[in-house]
Design a protein around this ligand. Structure first.
Ligand code: UD1
Ligand code: UDP
Length: 376
């Protein structure tokens, strides 16, 4: 029996590991352990996803909590090392680009344990993003690099990664979406928000998510985005599930004036607590427009066929622009407002599904893992 250990820690990790964990249940030769770093710990950023996505309860939670990049990364490494020494997995699987990803990859690699990186090769070419540093370092020490889109393969080859380590397998985040789409249709979120719905795909509201430090930690940038979206919200309500980092910054900068009174949930820029996966999927699936700086949401809107404006200067996911419904519009308030109104006035956009975003990425990954583990 071979031992594999997957490490999760932050919200976007859970939906990436869930389909792989589910697929591994059909692999009796692999014993699968799950470690939670505790990078995210609130119920609505972590706990709720385990039940909704049918993720097994972690075998151990390292409970590192929040901290500076160095403190959080170091603390995960310090607490993970004895777990790896104890369980001695043949491979450690990490996903995405958060501090947990890098910390777990470094800890495993230094113990001589193979690392499999899911979502390898994505590059924004912007080293001011902490995630770009995490991606590049993780890829450089990984043994198996599972890639979601062709640009990732090209980036890895350009960086000199050996071709036999690179596997274009598709997108596990989309596996998760496709597996839960039907369950999300049963969500009561629209009723709770007072949105009248008649079964049509496109309802007259928009959704906003924001959490990138470059957008929320600098007062002028955050103010520009909030003022643009609150102007848009005079045309149609904009629901805004607020990440805790962003909530703190809005309070610190005194920007609550841009938000609607949460008691009046029918118009304006309406702040909500972070939503559960099924509620958020249901809300996005029926929106006229999504505005976001999230990586995962750019991919999900591509598959949902919902227009997405990415409030950043770049994207590490070019397939969502070239083939999907995404437009990278930056953070200039006039451009955000003009782009949003243009999309709302011209709702029919052509889009395609990027190759292999077909719900079978986890299956391909587990097949490759099985082959690899037979040889180690
Ligand atoms: C992290 C990831 C980011 C990812 C995002 C997903 C890194 C460097 N960043 O950013 O790539 O897109 O998760 O949501 O790994 N907090 C809470 N409750 C929690 C967790 C955090 O209130 O359960 C607050 C704390 O004040 C904390 C802040 O949010 O300091 C930021 O959390 P952190 O995990 O450091 O970064 P995120 O912005 O969540
Ligand atoms: N998400 C969610 N509830 C929310 C906001 C996002 O369930 O209120 C989900 C979203 O559907 C996607 C993932 O969280 O699956 C994206 O995570 P996030 O935006 O935090 O991180 P990123 O993808 O930018 O790293």
């Amino acid at each position: 029996m071979k031992r594999m250990l997957s490490v999760v820690g932050a919200r976007p990790n859970f939906m990436k590991v869930a389909p792989i964990a589910s697929e591994l249940r059909n692999s009796p030769d692999i014993q699968h352990f799950l470690v939670h770093s505790g990078q995210h710990y609130d119920e609505n950023l972590s706990g709720s996803f385990f039940a909704e996505l049918d993720l097994p309860k972690p075998d151990v939670n390292l409970e590192v909590g929040s901290g500076s990049h160095a403190v959080q990364t170091a603390e995960i490494m310090r607490r993970l090392e004895p777990v790896l020494l104890d369980w001695r997995p043949q491979i450690v699987l990490v996903v995405g680009d958060v501090n947990t990803t890098l910390a777990a990859a470094v800890t495993a690699a230094k113990l001589g344990i193979d690392v499999a990186h899911v979502e390898a090769g994505l590059r924004s070419f912007d080293l001011t993003m902490p995630e770009e540093i995490n991606r590049k370092l993780t890829d450089s020490i990984s043994t198996l690099l599972f890639v979601t889109e062709q640009s990732g393969v090209n980036n890895l080859k350009r960086e000199g990664v050996a071709e036999e380590k690179i596997f274009l397998v598709g997108n596990v985040m989309i596996d998760c979406l496709l597996r839960h789409r039907e369950a999300a249709a049963g969500s009561r979120i629209l009723d709770r928000l007072g949105v009248r719905h008649d079964g049509s795909r496109c309802l007259p509201y928009a959704v906003l998510t924001l959490h990138r430090p470059s957008n929320v930690e600098e007062a002028r940038t955050l103010q520009g985005i909030l003022s643009a979206v609150s102007s848009l919200a005079t045309d149609l309500p904009v629901f805004f599930p607020v990440h805790p980092r962003t909530r703190k910054q809005i309070a610190d900068f005194g920007f609550e004036c841009y938000l609607a009174d949460p008691g009046n949930s029918h118009r304006g820029l309406i702040p909500l607590d972070p939503l559960g996966y099924l509620d958020f999927l249901s809300l996005n699936a029926q929106a006229s427009l999504v505005l976001t700086d999230s990586g995962g949401v750019q991919e999900e809107t591509t598959i949902l066929g919902v227009p997405c404006l990415t409030l950043r200067e770049n994207t590490e996911r070019p397939a969502t622009v070239e083939q999907g419904t995404n437009q990278v519009v930056g953070v200039d308030p006039d451009r955000i407002l003009a782009s949003a109104r243009s999309v709302l006035n011209n709702p029919q956009q052509e889009h395609r599904c990027p190759p292999l975003w077909d719900g079978k990425a986890a299956q391909r990954i587990v097949q490759i893992l099985n082959g690899h583990l037979q040889c180690v």
